[in-house]
Design a protein around this ligand. Structure first.
Ligand SMILES: C[S@@+](CC[C@H](N)C(=O)[O-])C[C@H]1O[C@@H](n2cnc3c(N)ncnc32)[C@H](O)[C@@H]1O
Length: 202
């Protein structure tokens, strides 16, 4: 059964600890990219939409980036901020609906990078075109989305809602130059069910 989640429903998931997406540590693929210092460089402005517990946002901040995390759920951001404090780093947090950001001058063309993981698949599929439009407005010229697109296993229910390479290419390619590859460090339960997308704004 398909369940579309609003703010209250996401809060409830956090309240009940029903957060199976939480890897409890930075995503290994992103940590590898961070260590390589090619796609990510110090001082870059990075937006993490639907940041959740924020392990990736914190890893980016520790690597010297200016990180902005956005989540609709207060409890996600409470957890993120507590972890950032323990890790002695800073992440700027907004409790917002991601789709409202492009209307706010502060966020427009602010970001060098958008880090995507399990947010694209968490939103209702009919919002995917709006995701792309929002990303275009939030990224600087030549900015990029770097993300793992999951799950590609063709499941019929969500969230997480299934993604296909074909759909992603059709949605993003009018506005982005796409590089799609196999991840080198997928976590075991997601192995073979995700692809790495590096999408440069045209
Ligand atoms: C599946 S979780 C992914 C969390 C994190 N990216 C990760 O990989 O661990 C999806 C997150 O998106 C948030 N979310 C859902 N809809 C949102 C929206 N419209 N705007 C901002 N955040 C949203 C949820 O509260 C949740 O924290």
């Amino acid at each position: 059964m398909t369940v579309l989640l609003n703010r209250d429903a996401w809060e409830k998931r956090y309240e009940e600890g029903d957060t199976p997406w939480n890897l409890s540590s930075p995503t290994p693929e992103f940590q590898l990219l961070l260590d390589e210092k090619k796609l990510f460089q110090e001082k870059m402005e990075v937006l993490v939409p639907g940041a959740g517990h924020g392990h990736d946002a914190i890893a980016l901040a520790k690597a010297g980036m200016q990180v902005t995390a956005v989540d609709i759920a207060t409890q996600a951001l409470d957890s993120l901020l507590a972890s950032a404090f323990s890790e002695k780093t800073t992440v700027q947090c907004f409790r917002e609906n991601f789709f409202d950001l492009p209307n706010q001058g502060y966020h427009q063309e602010r970001y060098d990078r958008i880090l995507e993981y399990t947010f694209f698949c968490a939103i209702a599929p009919n919002l995917r075109a709006a995701y792309v439009e929002s990303a275009v407005k939030l990224l600087k010229p030549k900015g990029a989305i770097i993300g793992l697109f999951f799950p590609t296993d063709g499941r019929s229910d969500g969230p997480p809602f299934a993604v296909t390479r074909k759909e992603v290419e059709a949605l993003f390619s009018p506005h982005f130059v796409l590089e799609i590859s196999e991840p080198r460090r997928s976590v075991k339960p997601r192995m073979g069910k995700e692809f790495l997308g590096i999408f440069y704004k045209r």
